[in-house]
Design a protein around this ligand. Sequence first.
Ligand code: TEU
Ligand code: CA
Length: 564
Amino acid sequence: MKKAWWKEAVVYQIYPRSFMDSNGDGVGDINGITSRLEYLQELGIDVIWLSPVYQSPNADNGYDISDYQAIMEEFGTIEDFDRMLTRAHELGIKIMMDLVVNHTSDEHAWFVESRKSKDNPYRDYYIWKEGKENGNPPNNWGACFGGSAWKYDEQTRMYYLHLFAEKQPDLNWDNPKVREDVFHMMNWWCDKGIDGFRMDVISMISKVPGLPDGDMQGGLYGNGSPYYMNGPRVHEYLREMNEKVLSRHDLITVGEAAGVTVPEAKLYAGEDTRELNMVFQFEHVGEGAGKPGKYGKWDQEKMPLSEWKAILSKWQTELEGKAWNSLYLSNHDQPRCLSKYGNDKEEYRIISAKMLGTCIHMMQGTPYVYQGEELGMTNAGFDQIEDYRDIESLNIYRELKSLHGVPEDVAMGYLKKVSRDNARTPMQWNNSKNAGFTTGDPWIKVNPNYTEINGEAQRRDPDSVFSYYKELIRLRHEMAIIVYGTYQLLEPADEKLFLFTRELDGQKLLVICNFTEEDVVTPGSALELMGEDSEILISNYVHRMDEVLRPYEAVVYIVGNTEY
Ligand code: TEU
Ligand code: CA
């Protein structure tokens, strides 16, 4: 396995709108981030992944960009950005930008031009098609945020493609001018000194020519994903990007790759394929796994632990030596991981947050911590539609009720559990009003549990989730085995415990995580490895008890007689 700094790094994701507000308008901003960089230095992370801060009309909170080289007014100025970058670098923290180039905003100058006329020089920057003879859209694809993936435009009487919201028209990557402009913009940011890119839905940039109809789903729209996920030219485009941008700077790169399979990942993130460093795969967070619900992710059942372990283990072992993994349980699109995979009840909150952290941080790959995860923040679970802000949640709520006749309380139940807004409530800094996030009215409600769960209290407390994450990150920085060691799953069929080992140069670690609120007998395979001379590297309970694992217990052993 080749060594690289980005393999040894820990990344922290900031969702700027919800991180820290510096001027009391209720919206997080760049100066707010700058004011909290010391907090991140204390946590010990190496890289910030900054969700979009570019100019945007905010149809999708910045994932709809109207100018790639300007900063959103609400977030500050380019001077504020430069100051943040300089300060971060002084503190030894790198900054990875979000790159959203599958689509732009419909307010981007390219699209404003493109929609003007069929012979506008920017026409082919986007994907325009005539409707069908009966006036229907060019094909039956549904958009990710509901409705058809096509929007009729009066001006030229043609449809444009939008895989997400109407205000997010898809760029036409088959047009070499689009690629040239995107690469130029990326180099501009690199020359500014940024340290990498997280590439939004990069697996969707190449569409199958002809844009064929997809199989019908639920009677309304066809599933277009076989024709736009991991499309025919995606690897060609990424290699071109690598040659013209990425290889010219020292960067960390990760592609968000919904629908990615192991063989595809070996291309996107292969050791020698000259594309990206790593991808975010989605199988373990539910996509394409578990029992698919009637309404996709909204009513999907939780998958059995054995299945979840099989997915994560497959990615661990099959990429070994060939490509590099990213490790994550949460981000701004997922409900809070503590609520989804752990237990957010008072009694088990802290212990299960530490268990989940142990599980993911002891695997091979680059770990990503989503803001507030290091505090054990939980789903807000708002029960009034007025409290939701996310376009996806608002659209689906409407559709579920009006199109599918789902009762109000059931639809609300889905949102409470699954909505992306669960992850987007303000960062909980302290126990003062609005959790110290803003002195004004926050753009989205603060989770009322900030009086219990907040950064200030946890920084002082050696037994907090924050202190535990600090320790996990410190250990990774000190021990090559945590970064590079090979992975092996034990007890694959066990539905309560997640057990695995890591091995490097004669050293061996044993990782044990109890995913239940029950006492569980330690299996023989683990007891054997624990033996007499094993030492505990880290654990979430104070006292050792070999034979029984307590609720949500996590412990990592340095297996006896192996070197440390
Ligand atoms: O997400 C794309 C994506 O595949 C999902 O995580 C998506 O949000 C989810 O499946 C919806 O059910 C990226 C961004 O992370 C997300 O915030 C944006 O809304 C989206 O692209 C469009 O830019
Ligand atoms: Ca602000």
